[in-house]
Design a protein around this ligand. Structure first.
Ligand code: ZN
Length: 165
């Protein structure tokens, strides 16, 4: 390792201090300092370009964030509409359910009435059958009475004939 840490990049002469090197450069190679300054300015320009690129990117990102916020608002609007629609549908469904319940109750009542009517019809049918039996029995009695009457009439005729003789 060299004892002198600072070497002139133009002529290779070495110095113990940075200050010494600068004095040497200013005296022997004034153009070198100008070049370094220009190089520094270029670097600053490059950095400035980078900064403006970053600013540009930041602006783009801000716009993207803005777009996303807009999309989010639209989605929230859509969700809100869908929730309204869902609520309407649920109300309709509830009303349909209650209609169905009412109809089922009515149907139940109709069935009960039908069963009552059937029972009544059965009872009427039995009454009719009983009356039919009574009628037949009466007809039978009538017929027997007729026969008896005919016989009695015949006997009366016979008696009359007997009396006349
Ligand atoms: Zn030099």
């Amino acid at each position: 390792m060299s004892e002198s840490e600072f070497e002139c990049s133009v002529c290779g002469e070495t110095f113990d201090s940075k200050k010494g090197l600068h004095i040497h450069e200013g005296q022997k190679h004034p153009d070198k300092q100008v070049q370094e300054l220009q190089h520094l300015l270029e670097k600053i320009d490059e950095e400035a370009d980078k900064v403006s690129e970053i600013k540009e990117k930041k602006k783009e990102l801000k716009e993207q964030v803005q777009d996303l916020k807009q999309e989010k608002r639209q989605l929230q609007g859509t969700i809100s509409n869908l929730e309204d629609t869902k609520e309407e549908l649920q109300q309709k469904l509830e009303s349909k359910n209650s209609e169905i319940e009412d109809l089922q109750e009515e149907l139940e009542e109709e069935r009960e009435k039908e069963a009552e009517l059937e029972a009544e019809t059965d009872s009427q049918q039995r009454k009719i059958e009983k009356l039919q039996e009574e009628k037949e029995s009466l007809e039978e009695s009538l017929s027997q009475t007729d026969n008896l009457l005919t016989k009695l009439n015949h006997q009366v005729d016979q008696l009359d004939e007997d009396i006349e003789e």
